[in-house]
Design a protein around this ligand. Structure first.
Ligand code: SF4
Length: 357
């Protein structure tokens, strides 16, 4: 697993963002390497010296948020990675049964620092925004997106949101040309309101979500629909597919995602996990319905050997590099470079059962 948080020593009086460079740089936001070993590196910039518990070669080009008070540095944007996401809040107004990052009540406003980090991103980067629920702080979030996209026309955002907070009053703002470079990843778990509400732990969420879909449609917003595969909603997938192609045909993509064995899902794994090797039927039917109606449907976070060959072209190697893992048996698999593999925390016995292609 690639570490995203580092131990840091620094005398600066407050948290700050800097980009790490092995070679000396004149950019005011850069810190350049002055010493490195196989275990540590020291960097120098306008905020003084920073010591990190990681060699310089692994950090060259990374944008980090250094928090001197916490002796910590967060690798916000890793150089060369396609999987950079910024956590804007840990608060959320849903309590999803399988939440991989259970919400907290506290919130620290870091939008100014996050904006600085985005402005230092590599050229043409797609920056993920996650939470908690980012749109609980919608105006600050939209302000950050607009500031960054105004100054950096090469960048794009992918924002994960529960879709509970878009309003009629947002339509004009979201129609601005900048938002053609923003995709909203929004979950819908069932065509049945009660089932969806039970999964997200919030009464009325399904109805409110569909109000938001209406507002986003009127704004011309780009939406990626997301559905985590759950045992208690598996049989309804074909019905959900019909709901999507009829009522939400404007979405750009429907992403159907394997369950992550972390957060709330860890203790509920036996109840929620779907073994697609034996239970692919409803998912296959849903994929066929989407395909028939011209809706791009993708399978995320699933090892290719768990997907029947006729449906493998839907699968995307999607698990982020820092939390991706392969089994020993994958070494001989011809499909490995196209495969998601497993999450680092996936149950070990499932890794022992891979069937190399
Ligand atoms: S054997 Fe490993 S690399 Fe091959 S499809 Fe299965 S999980 Fe993927």
């Amino acid at each position: 697993m690639i570490p995203l948080a580092l131990t840091a020593q620094c005398d600066a009086p407050a948290p700050f963002v800097t980009r790490l460079r092995r070679a000396r740089s004149d950019h005011p936001h850069d810190s350049w390497c002055v010493a490195t070993t196989t275990a540590q590196s020291v960097w120098c910039g306008l905020r003084g010296l920073i010591q990190l518990d990681c060699p310089a070669a692994s950090l060259d080009g990374d944008v980090v948020l250094v928090d001197p008070g916490a002796d910590r540095a967060e690798r916000m944007l890793r150089a060369g990675s396609r999987h950079n996401s910024l956590l804007v809040t840990e608060r959320c107004d849903q309590l999803c049964t399988m939440c991989s990052q259970p919400p907290k009540k506290t919130h620290t406003d870091r939008f100014a620092l996050l904006t600085e980090a985005c402005l230092l991103a590599e050229r043409d980067a797609v920056i993920g925004i996650t939470g908690g629920e980012p749109t609980l702080f919608k105006h600050a979030l939209l302000g950050m997106i607009e500031t960054v996209l105004s100054e950096r026309p090469d960048l794009r955002f992918h924002v994960l949101s529960n879709g509970q907070h878009f309003e009629r009053g947002d339509i004009e703002r979201l129609r601005a040309p900048h938002y053609r470079r923003v995709v909203w990843g929004i979950p819908l778990y069932a065509d049945d309101a009660d089932l969806h509400d039970r999964i997200v732990g919030k009464a009325g969420a399904f109805e409110r979500l569909h109000d938001s879909f209406d507002h986003l449609l009127l704004a011309g917003a780009r939406v990626e629909l997301r559905t985590v595969l759950l045992a208690n909603a598996l049989d309804r997938l074909p019905y959900l597919a019909r709901h999507v192609v009829v009522l939400l045909s404007h979405v750009e993509q429907w992403s159907l995602m394997g369950l992550e064995n972390i957060g709330f899902a860890r203790s509920r794994w036996a109840k929620l996990y779907v073994d697609l090797r034996t239970q692919f039927g409803p998912l296959g039917e849903a994929l066929d319905i989407a395909t028939l109606h011209g809706l791009p449907a993708r399978l995320f976070n699933l090892p290719l050997c768990h997907v029947p060959s006729a449906f493998r072209h839907h699968a995307v190697a999607s698990i982020s590099d820092w939390k991706q893992r392969f089994a020993a048996g994958c070494a001989s698999c011809r499909a490995r470079s196209d495969c998601s593999g497993f999450f680092e925390w996936h149950p070990a016995h499932l890794l022992d059962e891979v069937e190399p292609l």
